[in-house]
Design a protein around this ligand. Structure first.
Ligand SMILES: Nc1ncnc2c1ncn2[C@@H]1O[C@H](COP(=O)(O)OP(=O)(O)OP(=O)(O)O)[C@@H](O)[C@H]1O
Ligand SMILES: N[C@@H](CCO)C(=O)O
Length: 320
């Protein structure tokens, strides 16, 4: 459930008068999502999404996220467009939270993507990387190695409760990443959280990308590695080579990977698996049960870390 902050109808009606969206007809909270409070609005001019930003999104980062969506949409990436208020501002305040209205995207996210969907994602990710190349703002990745370290320090003591031996396993990974993490690969704007719940489809065609609230400047191949983790593993934690091949081939049909990027995929995929394991582990250990925050299982990403550790050649991901 991701409606942390409730909004009264009168308050919302008054807020909407600031935007060229017509009159409010109805609204409801959206259960999906974990980070922010989202509402679906129906107004006399159509459908919109209202987002109230909660704890993890820094207000100072909002101009980057919203500017990026506007930039990408202008360049033909199908993503929500922030609605500008009559006074020229984009970020307002509602129920004591920073609040934004974005356009509604048609489509559905998938629970069981096929290799055809993986191919669509690969192509869209590469198009996003190209379209972001001339975006003028920058944002460092708050969840790069230093950020992982903070999460790990906060979780280390209780890590073995989740999986016996996890503390020593992750300590060894950190030592490896701090020595060997690739630095000189092509870099630019990445989505950094392009999971199936953030991609909409109409049938087999991708209809849009959402949730740019982890977007930042980092290695393009790291974003590819995150997608391999999020899209190409089955529920039994096996890697689906057909899906990997489809995602990577269609990514490369738009933006070919260099030999260095290909060679780095195993360590990037392992690092990305650690990053999602750590945010999940932190929530698992710190967020009270039965609360509003949806906790995700960290062990799914421990399995992925182990899979990548055993990779001997990037061709095992289906790289041509
Ligand atoms: N522009 C949009 N068009 C249609 N639906 C949207 C749009 N933006 C968000 N949604 C809906 O709201 C839900 C939550 O959005 P979003 O993923 O941005 O939230 P979040 O709290 O940041 O979640 P998380 O970071 O966990 O993915 C989505 O799953 C989708 O159902
Ligand atoms: N995609 C993240 C959650 C929120 O960004 C995960 O699956 O852990």
């Amino acid at each position: 459930m991701a409606v942390y902050t409730d909004v009264a109808e009168g308050e919302l009606g008054a807020f909407l008068k600031r935007y060229p969206v017509g009159d409010l007809l109805s609204y409801k909270g959206i259960a999906e999502g974990t980070e922010n409070s989202n509402f679906l609005l129906h107004t006399s001019s159509g459908s919109y999404i209202l987002t109230l930003y909660e704890k993890r999104v820094e207000k100072a980062d909002l101009p980057f996220f919203l500017g990026l969506m506007g930039h990408l949409a202008k360049k033909g990436v199908s993503c929500p467009l922030p609605v500008t208020a009559h006074d020229g501002s984009v970020i307002g305040t509602l129920a004591g939270r920073p609040a934004v209205i974005i356009t509604f995207l048609e489509g559905l996210s998938l629970r069981r993507p096929t290799s055809m969907h993986c191919a669509e994602v690969g192509k869209a990710l590469a198009a996003l990387h190209l379209a972001g190349a001339d975006f003028p703002m920058t944002r460092p990745n708050a969840l790069a190695i230093d950020g992982w370290r903070k999460l790990w320090n906060a979780s280390h003591e209780r890590a073995n409760e989740v999986e016996p031996g996890l503390a020593a396993e992750v300590d060894a990974d950190f030592a490896d990443f701090e020595r060997n993490w690739p630095k000189n690969l092509p870099k630019g704007i990445i989505h950094a959280d392009l999971f199936p719940d953030n991609v909409f489809f109409l049938g087999e065609k991708l209809s849009g990308l959402i949730d740019f609230y982890f977007a930042c400047n980092d290695l393009y191949a790291y974003d590819v590695a995150t997608c391999l983790n999020a899209w190409c593993f089955e529920k039994d934690f096996s890697f689906n080579l057909t899906k990997g091949r489809a995602l990577l081939a269609s990514y490369q049909s738009v933006r070919p990977l260099s030999d260095q990027e290909k060679a780095a995929l195993p360590i990037l995929a392992r690092g990305s698996a650690l990053r999602f394991m750590l945010t999940r582990l932190y929530d698992w250990l710190t967020v009270p049960d039965g609360g509003l925050v949806m906790k995700r299982d960290p062990t799914e990403y421990i399995r992925r870390m182990r899979f990548h550790r055993a990779i001997r050649s990037p061709s095992e991901y289906g790289l041509a």
